[in-house]
Ligand binder design. Sequence first.
Ligand code: SF4
Length: 697
Amino acid sequence: MPEGTKKSVYSVCSMCTVRCPIEVEVENGAVRHIWGNPHLLGGHYLCPRGAAGKVFQNDTERLQHPMIRDGERGSGKWKKASWDEALDYIASNLKKIISKHGGESVVLGDRGGPFTDMQKAFIKALGSPNYFNHHGACSNSVHNAHNAMTGHRRNTVAYDWKNCDYCILYGRNILESIGTKEAKDFIDALERGMKFTHIDVRWNYTAAKADRFLMLKPGTDYALNLALINVIVKEKLYDAAFVERWVTGMKELVAFVEPYTPEWAEKETGIPAKQIVTIAHELAEAKPAVILYQGWMTAWTENDYYFRRSIYMLYALLGGYEAKGGLLFNKNETHTGRKPLRKLVDGVPKVNKKRFDGVGWKYKHLSPDYGLAQMLPYAILKEDPYPVKAFINYRFDPLSAFPDPEAFKKGLMKLDLLVTVDVNYSHTGWISDVILPEATYLERTDPAIAKGGPKPALWLRRQAVEPQYDSKPKWWIFKQLAERLGIGEYFPYNSAEELIEWQLKDIGFQLSDFDAKGYIELAKDQILWDRSDGLKFKTPSGKIEFVSSMLQDSGLPSFPPYESPKSPPKGHYRLLTGKIAIHTQGTTLNNLYLNELQPENTLWINTNEAKKLGIKTGDTVEVSSNGCVQTVKASVTDFIHPDAVYTLHGFGREIPQQTRAYKRGMRDNTLMGGLLTVAVGGNCPITDCFVRVKKAS
Ligand code: SF4
């Protein structure tokens, strides 16, 4: 770009998985500033991470060129490679593996979200059913609970903050673990007068805005909901017309919640029975304009699946589906009378092989859209149900995200081929055979995506600046690999522009239609379905199934008796983790700006407990579990339940190349030994981690 040239490019952020629409200001080929796209956000605002993406471009500590392992796995010895060398190496090894063990012996994992079409097409074209994403460590139980009850995943509904009158956040720290627009909509709703109850085991910035903050015993959110349902059904406070029309299994629910009274729940949760009754009345009064938001950070326990189900049962009882102020179904291209955006994966022949992780045959109630990444090390080690020999790891880091990284690593070390494609170093990349450096989101154009919502649209991540170092965009990397593997026909393009024009062909738009505002609007107004007859629940009954056919098929009960969460053994605390607005877990810790703002995590511990242990704020403490010890500074506070300690997830990076983040703070997931398992909802029960804490000597 000639000196003195300025331009502005609409694109999509990739500093976290929310993926906000952005406007990138470019001067002389360098990113000057990143704003929110005002056409979609109604302003230029953005979160700190989004703005800090600017320093990505010239960061000397990002991945710079392809690398092939030049020593033992994980030794940190690499040889710089050309793209041809690296791609040939991967292709020839994949060919050997596939000819000996079949396509299903190759597995691909990514971060999930809307930009997954290319990865799904690639693995399917190799003849493998084995795509999974990060959600086994995150929101699997939420998605799967909603899916089994309504036939829709969680992200097929949107929260209508604009019209909501009352909301409960269950550990959803919406003002710190943020999506830019959602945080703004939430604040606007508060300013408009929305009432808000916040339930958590610790106080935080979101709690500071609440009308009522309730500190409950860790892991007992489900008990609270059972008591709320108990009051709502006993006092007949529910939306009888909606329930009559759209719900099956009401009789079974009423019988099930009978013993779970507010008085029972008071003993279980620590929340006074009177308060529970008051909340039930407030919900009933505000219905259907109610949002109940569990987010991700509630209780990931063995049975938190049933807690997630109880949230959606409350929505159904309050008539909250497709209701103003409640949950609105996301509509897609076809709901506007158009054909859908073309997908690469649809052009690849179906793979009729069972999955390595049991989804679809052993776990019939869990979705293949997410899979069970946590089963990978076990499948590799046991070769059960068949040998898994190669893992293609696209911008995903299970060794940072999942509990018990040692157990995960043990499996990965036995692979014949481990490939990581990423923009940054990761713990999983570090033990890979090949690392391919992807161009950052500011340097690449990605395939267009359909953005579902009450007002569906098409979005585009567009290149703003030239790729730095020897990095390449995703569309190029997968195309090159596909050509070498003889599956190039499924990637019918030679440039990002050609790919997008191909995607847009049936829907009747062109690439240039993104120019004006950065997106293509598919509907002028919100599309709302008729609540009396037009709702589309994708269950066998066409209704919300409290007694789930899907669970029945899997041999699982819809209403197992409530079980109290495990209590910390004597001298232990439940370890809980969370997020702040400054970091996206491990992925931004080495960002020059964000690292300066928050270089390390601390351990929150209750004042009385700290006193017993002789710990003061700023003391270095040892946190231990299962023979693993991490050291970190203590933050002593009244604002956390005495049974729990809390830290920010993702710190304690162990990659020397990331000098700013290297060994800063504690690496929480190493303390979660034995929790790399599959709970009922397909999540890992990561909040069932109990640790000892002592002052470091
Ligand atoms: S919330 Fe922040 S980091 Fe995440 S996509 Fe939006 S601007 Fe980017």
